[in-house]
Ligand binder design. Structure first.
Ligand code: FES
Length: 117
């Protein structure tokens, strides 16, 4: 007789919703290695350099929610800041980020001129 043992990270915990300035942008699952990767997969640009918690260039303000760190960051952080390159959401999370519009959403000069007329 064989015994099948299934292991997974708490299958009953809801996937955290990640928002930017109150606008939901993604549902965080274990498919992404960290918050930075999850944001980038949604074409949300976050400036980053080391991607390991050393440089602080990805430092982001948290409006609401909490994160947990995969690796302890070396960078000093305020209580309302996180380093997306080395953390994952621990709850629903609202970030204070300025998001650039994707190129296909930017209006062309001719579209703008049409709107002005
Ligand atoms: S990219 Fe360097 S700390 Fe996040």
């Amino acid at each position: 007789m064989s015994l099948l043992i299934l292991t997974c990270n708490n299958p009953f915990k809801k996937a955290p919703i990640v928002s930017i300035n109150g606008q939901p942008v993604l549902l965080y699952t274990d498919n992404e290695a960290n918050l930075l990767e999850a944001l980038e997969l949604k074409q949300i640009e976050v400036f980053s350099e080391c991607r390991n918690g050393f440089c602080g260039s990805c430092k982001t303000k948290i409006n609401q929610g909490s994160v947990k760190y995969i690796n302890d960051p070396i960078v000093e952080l305020e209580a309302n800041e996180c380093l997306p390159c080395c953390c994952i959401p621990d709850s629903n999370l609202d970030l204070d980020l300025t998001v650039k519009k994707p190129a296909n959403l930017q209006m062309s000069k001719s579209t703008l001129e049409t709107c002005v007329d």
